[in-house]
Design a protein around this ligand. Sequence first.
Ligand code: DOR
Ligand code: ZN
Length: 348
Amino acid sequence: MTTRITIRKPDDWHLHVRDGEMLKAVLPYTAKNFGRAILMPNLIPPVTTTRDGIAYRERATAALPKSSTFKPLITCYLTDDTDPNDVERGFKEGVFTGVKLYPANATTNSAAGVTDYRKIMRVLERMEKIDMPFLMHGEDVDPAIDVFDREAMFIERYLSKWTRQFPGLRMILEHLSSKDGVDFVKSTAPQVGGTITPYHMILTRTDWFGWGLKPYMYVMPVIKTEKDRIALRKAATSGEACYFLGTDSAPHPVAKKLALNGIPGIFNAPVAIETYARVFEEEGALDRLEAFAALNGPRHYKLPPNEERITLEKSPWTAPEEVKVAGPDERALVYRGGETIEWRVVEG
Ligand code: DOR
Ligand code: ZN
């Protein structure tokens, strides 16, 4: 039985660290074990211009522990009015790693997202021309569509068309949550890649509300069925280059998670790489963890893999239940908080 594994330092290709005091409280958890992370732009207000991107990168860099080598990667929040020239400038100047689509009202802080896809065609054309990655929250939020079918319908109605319309546009369907999503990415690779969270590989909707309602398991896209969970595990551990690590760690003040109209997002950064290691071990695929966590993502983003290494050891510890945040936000609940975590990062 393997009890120790050394891999290249992983990257997180989908991460929310927010701003202000929350940023200071949560970013160190990712910076400890990851070389880089794509920081999501759904702040209030969102990061919609190169200027916003530069400022956010500075705030994130200032929130890093001293001597950290972690590199924040910034994305541009796409709106109906995004200027293709500004997007190109941000990419060419190394500010933006990609552009992120939030369909309006699909999730947390997405009210300023895209309301009409005809309005973003000029931006997509420009991104195809300059080979700039297009990151997607891939859900169709037409009220007529069942919440469990949003990912599949987004693919059917929009994404499948865009892959043909923009064959040179590199895309990432983020936080894959369904067998349909997994299958679509494989069928369109290498043009489309997909990130997979740790919790979509562990939880089902039965865990979420089958035995009492667990508000902290509420995320977008919603956690789905056992069939979907199995498909996601098989995909992540397959070694296929089109699947890579993206935690979608998304901290919220606890009161917002527990409110009558609760807010989606699971804060998993404190247990992220350890939880992926557990899944890969359960699937008998620890030898493929490095590809998923540290090689496939950089290849898709056309960036070099990290040179540093981290070592994980099978040595149980207890995850903290919450992380304290200064000011009115107070604290964020931690995914798997209070549980025994099987793997531990011992060198990194
Ligand atoms: O559950 C989610 N939370 N899904 C998202 O797409 C956004 C995220 C957040 O920002 O809290
Ligand atoms: Zn997200």
